[in-house]
Design a binder for this molecule. Structure first.
Ligand code: KG4
Ligand code: ZN
Length: 342
């Protein structure tokens, strides 16, 4: 029996970084199941993702995670209409695990295969739960990316601005490490910041010198380092118990990141006359960013849309969701499809 297009169930597979994820989504929007296995505890010992370990861990977890998603969705593999998988960008060894698995399933069941761009899927996540008018502005802010896009539709993203150096999430992770907090650093810093004074330390707010929209976080990271060590570049970073008012440092750092993200995003929205901004990616889980962006946008007559936190960080629902639109456009991939780190 043929399934109506709007009813098609897509199995999504995501393995671009350190989350092994699978999801079943109907009609591009209705999430029947979304399972995420985070490798964070495995990488925490090293303070960041170890690519070699990530690939091996995906290999161990990918089939159980897919089985769990199908069981949660009360769906048999024979009821799936297509397989969508992240093929770029990401860690190549990690991407290949997801892509090979998806190809195997598609081949065995004779199903269409759809390759999904991870960043486009992050942007799509915001529009999966909330209807938006296109074109709108998308801020994708994660551990690997901090960039603004003109979004003309689910599969049409044009880059407008990016970070000149580090991604915001990377800065959260590095500063957390300096403060003796765990990995990933974003959630740790936002928790500690609740008890801190965001105006205690005036950290610099860097932005591109040419006045165009963009981001820069590496100087901020260095400023936090000098704040902790003093001006002696060779001095060791003090142990966490010797850092005075760690919560104030965390809150002041977070405020600097949020200030830059909000200011640059809303300036770009005004310059391009967008009435909606979607904010997505792991850092979009940050409660301070969500509150400040929402309030400041509202003051300027702009609507800020965020996915639920579970769909901000890496997940496969956004892959299956966007995969539906790619399938609908007839853009299926061949079994020769390749993965790419960029
Ligand atoms: O989107 P994501 O799960 O993976 C990438 O594609 O990079 O983003 C992970 C990043 C990490 O750097 C993590 O520290 C950050 O998102 N993050 C946060 C918060 N939760 C996760 N950053 C700030 N505040 C948070 N609450
Ligand atoms: Zn991501």
């Amino acid at each position: 029996m043929r399934t109506e297009l709007a009813e098609k169930r897509i199995l999504g597979v995501e393995s671009s970084c350190d989350e092994t994820a699978a999801a079943v989504v109907r009609g591009g929007r209705e999430v029947l199941a979304s399972v995420v296995h985070s490798q964070a505890p495995e990488h925490a010992l090293f303070g960041g993702v170890v690519p070699e370990m990530a690939g091996r861990s995906h290999l161990q977890h990918i089939l159980p995670v897919i089985d769990e998603a199908l069981a949660d969705a009360n769906t048999r593999l024979s009821e799936i209409d297509a397989i969508a998988v992240t093929s770029r960008p990401g860690l190549i060894g990690s991407l290949l695990v997801g892509l090979s698995t998806a190809k195997g399933l598609a081949y065995a069941r004779g199903l269409p295969l759809v390759c999904v761009h991870h960043i486009e899927a992050h942007a799509y996540a915001a529009t999966m739960e909330t209807e938006v008018d296109y074109p709108c502005l998308a801020l994708v802010v994660s551990g690997g990316h901090t960039a603004l896009y003109r979004m003309r539709g689910p599969t049409a993203l044009e880059p407008l601005a990016t970070t000149l150096d580090d991604a915001a999430g990377e800065a959260f992770d590095k500063v957390a490490q300096m403060l003796g907090l765990g990995y990933p650093g974003g959630p740790e810093i936002s928790r500690l910041s609740e008890h801190g004074d965001p105006s205690a330390v005036r950290f610099p707010r860097y932005r591109p010198r040419d006045g165009k929209p963009g981001f820069s976080f590496s100087g901020l990271k260095t400023a936090v380092l000098y704040h902790l060590r003093g001006q002696d570049a060779l001095a060791p970073t003090p142990p966490p118990e010797e850092i005075e008012r760690r919560e104030d440092v965390a809150a002041s750092f977070q405020e600097a990141v949020v200030d830059v993200l909000v200011e640059q995003t809303l300036a770009a929205a005004e310059a391009e006359d967008f009435s909606t901004v979607v904010v997505t990616g792991g850092v979009a889980c940050n409660p301070r960013l969500r509150a400040r962006m929402t309030d400041d946008a509202e003051e300027r007559g702009i609507r800020a849309v965020f996915p639920a936190p579970a769909y901000c960080s890496d997940n496969a629902a956004m892959i299956a969701g966007l995969g539906f639109h790619i399938l609908r456009a007839g853009e299926t991939a061949s079994l020769h499809a390749d993965a790419s780190p960029r």
